[in-house]
Design a protein. Structure first.
Lengths: 230, 227
């Protein structure tokens, strides 16, 4: 991967930052990269949520597990994404699975923390009242605690989704980075500005769309917070 | 699979891989140097701004917005775009690109640290006749130290981690070991990839641990219980 640094000569190349002709001529490649990006993000969020929300609940219910769960997900979060892919790739290959596993590990901490914070914020008197009404165990969790923790869980999901969209690009080293692949190949093929910038803009736009969609879904899921927010 | 592990062990155990020009030691120094410059640049921008906003009690929305926006920008994109501007290749574009990701935690902690210091302490200082600047310098800033130290740690760990990606755009650093490994292909470079991954992950965790200890030591004892 040591390619000649012809950069200094090429930096002066006169490509414009953006051209419609690039977009038109490469619509297929852009579409494929975008689809891969969306797929990776969606799958990551799905697996991360399925794993992290129960982990957060476990960390909340079993006090002795709180510290180990937070510590483990903290360590996974600290390991740089490229290193995470490097540690996984020799075993899982240059595949989408490697990227997915790495991204899920990364999103874990954010969602676990959101879930834990949300559950801890449920007022004790609400829990008391529910107990008085005969709620307990699983029913208390699903009917009272989780719904009340929902805003915080959703905040975690939103942050995780936006970070994931940005992080997918690093998957480019494995050849599975969605729009990141276009950014990296654009850089390596003659520093092709229109390709790098178009992919970047699409990537940031996707992150914003995810954020807005999740915020909107959150409002649908927690209709009772409407009055409080206004 | 065990072949790759063996390859990785051999790679790490080969002293030449460490001491050669552009070996691990050279790359490590480069990595730490780039990271240090980026954190420094971030501090120079974020701290004065955050402290001033906290002192005036304005701009809380800005700190939230900065962290939200920076999260949506892929590091790889910024690292690829900045060299194409007037900044040119190498450190002059890598350092600002990394600094962008150091700024949000530094800004947020400087702002909240100053903003949320005990109003009673601020009132008392005012009552003793301290001017606005004196309140900031003698009361608010010392009280903000624990928060700012925590922000410094977050920012530094983040920068050391993201500096790995500079390798993908010829920026140097420890990530080069990994990206070279990927360039060799999985069958030849697998061991090097794994070895690089271990080194980079180890560095990030080491920095995190060291700064956590440093943070404890630097926080004034009186504030330690509260932090």
């Amino acid at each position: 991967m040591s390619f000649p640094v012809a950069g200094h000569a090429l930096a002066a190349n006169s490509d414009p930052w953006f051209t419609w002709s690039y977009v038109r001529n490469n619509a297929d490649a852009l579409g494929a990269a975008f689809t891969e990006h969306v797929t990776l993000t969606a799958l990551t969020m799905l697996f991360a949520a399925l794993l992290a929300v129960p982990l957060g609940v476990l960390a909340y219910k079993a006090r002795w597990l709180t510290a180990p769960i937070l510590a483990l997900s903290g360590v996974l979060y600290t390991v740089p994404s490229l290193a995470l892919f490097a540690l996984l790739a020799p075993f899982l290959g240059l595949t989408m699975t490697t990227v997915l596993v790495g991204l899920v590990m990364y999103a874990l901490l954010i969602i676990v923390r959101g879930t834990l914070t949300g559950l801890r914020q449920v007022p004790e008197e609400v829990r008391d009242a529910a107990r008085g009404m005969g709620y307990g165990g699983m029913r208390m969790l699903t009917r009272i605690e989780l719904p009340l923790a929902m805003p915080s869980i959703l905040t975690g999901l939103r942050i995780a989704a936006v970070s994931t969209v940005a992080l997918v690009t690093v998957g480019a080293v494995l050849g599975k980075g969605g729009l990141g692949g276009l950014i990296l190949s654009g850089f390596r093929n003659n520093l092709y500005k229109p390709q790098i910038l178009t992919a970047t803009v699409l990537c940031v736009a996707l992150a914003l769309v995810c954020d807005v969609l999740l915020a909107w879904a959150g409002r649908l899921l927690t209709p009772w917070t409407k009055g409080a927010r206004a | 699979m065990s072949d790759t592990l063996e390859q990785a062990l051999n790679w790490i155990n080969d002293p030449l891989n460490w001491t050669n020009p552009n070996g691990v030691i050279d790359r490590l120094i480069e990595h730490l140097w780039l990271s240090a410059l980026a954190v420094l640049l971030g501090c120079l921008i974020a701290w004065p701004l955050g402290v001033w906003m906290g002192h005036r009690g304005r701009g809380g929305g800005l700190t939230v917005m900065v962290s939200n926006v920076s999260r949506a920008i892929p590091t790889l994109a910024l690292l690829s775009l900045l060299p194409l501007t007037a900044l040119g290749f190498g450190a002059p574009s890598v350092v600002p690109a990394l600094a962008v990701f150091a700024i949000p935690p530094l800004l947020a902690t400087a702002y909240t640290g100053v903003r949320e210091c005990d109003p009673a302490a601020r009132d008392a200082a005012r009552g003793m006749g301290l001017s606005g600047a004196q309140v900031l310098w003698r009361v608010e800033l010392p009280l903000a130290v624990p928060q700012m130290a925590a922000g410094f740690r977050t920012a530094s760990v983040q920068v050391v981690a993201t500096a790995t990606l500079a390798a993908l755009v010829n920026g140097g650093g420890l990530g080069v070991i990994i990206s070279q490994g990927f360039g060799l292909g999985m069958s030849v470079g697998g061991g090097q990839i794994l070895a690089g991954g271990v080194l980079v992950a180890g560095l990030a965790l080491l920095i995190e641990g060291l700064l956590a200890v440093l943070e404890k030591l630097l926080t004034p004892r009186a504030l330690n219980n509260r932090a």
